[in-house]
Design a binder for this molecule. Structure first.
Ligand code: G3I
Length: 366
């Protein structure tokens, strides 16, 4: 009899503890709920996610995120494929998706030197570049007036040393194109937040260039609401001091600060940043974790994410959004850049949409 009571008690304890474990480990708060009072939590969305092709991924997006940025479909090559032709199909779907699921959409991006339509290459006259520039901003920003929360008006206009990138826009329009882009966006979509977005702009030289650029936009009388630090960093090498200084310096300009494309690379690379034109040769050493991520790297990744979110929380009065560049490891651009066909692990959810140790560390801060 005594034995029976004891074993019933033990089963109860086991059941109770596994229930407690479920609550604390397997079923923690969703990201967007955990950071509800602090900042928005976003993700980049690709076509298949916008089309809701995979029910598990779709549930994950709706549960975890309250902001989204299109990974590609609002870039000029896709949304404006010919001189007088626009293709709004996927962008319209994204806007509907956001509305339906209470997800704020950040348009990405109006003016970027990369992913330009092919016809731009054939243009030789500055007048025609000016016409493209003006029509593109008016048409795209105008269509989504009141429908997107914000725009990355200009993306990646700076070199690493803080000077202006010699893009087709700088060459033909001069540096005034930056302020002009913000003025045109403001006219086309007056109540939308307008941002400048770049990678490595937490690094001192590029940051100084970014501050100069922002001040010029402000001095021109154009409105700029925020600056995006993309946040494509590398495991074990998160530049926390530079990031903190950047949050303080950008916010001192009266701007909101956002981390707009966050991911942490665990694979080898011999340079920093996110210039999509940079490539490296493939070799087995370049793809070391094809069969799984070693525990020590997994732990480092979790520690890095925890340190980053601690910093974001410390400055939650200045940081308004943190967006991951992808939903799960399987759809990250880092599987194909700067080497094609690698197995990368940069996000909080694994290839099976399961939360990784980094996720628990981040949510555990709340
Ligand atoms: O859609 C075509 C497909 O039809 C074709 O078969 C395939 C063959 O390569 O390419 C597909 O297009 C690719 C596209 O992603 C969609 O997957 C392009 O080649 C590829 O260059 C493109 O890469 C994107 C990259 O920007 C360049 O635009 C990445 O997905 C996207 O994550 C990345 O995002 C950028 C941000 O916009 C700006 N900051 C840096 C960040 C990372 O590079």
């Amino acid at each position: 009899m005594k034995t029976k009571v004891l074993s019933a008690f033990s089963i109860g304890v086991v059941l109770f503890s596994s229930f407690t474990f479920q609550i604390t480990n397997d079923n923690p708060k969703a990201l967007k709920d955990a950071f509800k009072k602090d900042f928005l939590i976003g993700t980049a969305l690709n076509n298949s996610q916008i089309d809701e092709k995979d029910a598990t991924v779709n549930d994950l997006i709706k549960k975890q995120f309250n902001a989204a940025t299109p990974e590609n479909i609002m870039k000029s090559a896709l949304i404006h494929p010919k001189w007088d032709t626009y293709d709004f199909t996927m962008a319209d779907k994204l806007v509907e998706y956001g509305k339906k699921n209470n997800i704020k959409i950040n348009g990405h991006t109006l003016i970027w030197h990369s992913q330009l339509p092919n016809f731009i290459r054939g243009i030789k006259s500055s007048d025609s570049i000016r016409t493209f520039f003006t029509d593109h901003i008016k048409t795209v920003a105008g269509r989504y007036k009141g429908k997107v929360f914000s725009w990355d008006v200009v993306n990646e206009a700076l070199n690493e040393d803080g000077t202006l990138r010699n893009s087709v826009f700088l060459k033909h329009l001069g540096e005034g194109y930056l302020a002009d882009a913000f003025k045109l966006a403001q006219e086309a979509s007056p109540n939308t937040e307008l941002y400048y977005n770049d990678y490595n702009n937490e690094q001192p030289a590029k940051r100084a260039g970014c501050i100069k650029l922002i001040k010029k936009i402000q001095e021109s009388g154009a409105r700029i609401d925020g600056v995006g630090i993309q946040g494509h960093w590398h495991v074990g090498k998160i530049p926390l001091k530079d990031i903190e200084e950047s949050i303080l310096e950008y916010s001192a300009l009266g701007l909101k600060v956002m981390f707009t494309e966050l991911d942490i690379e665990v694979l080898p690379r011999n340079f920093q940043g996110a210039d999509v034109s940079q490539r490296m040769a493939n070799s087995p050493e370049m793809n070391p974790y094809a069969n799984g991520l070693p525990e020590n790297v997994q732990k480092q990744l979790a520690d890095d994410y925890e340190a980053l979110f601690k910093l974001f929380l410390k400055h939650k009065d200045k940081v308004t959004r943190v967006t991951f560049w992808g939903v799960n490891d399987g759809d990250s651009w880092l599987n194909n850049w700067p080497v094609r066909g690698r197995t990368s692990y940069p996000l909080l959810f694994d290839r099976n949409n399961q939360p990784k140790p980094a996720y628990f560390k981040v949510v555990g801060l709340k």
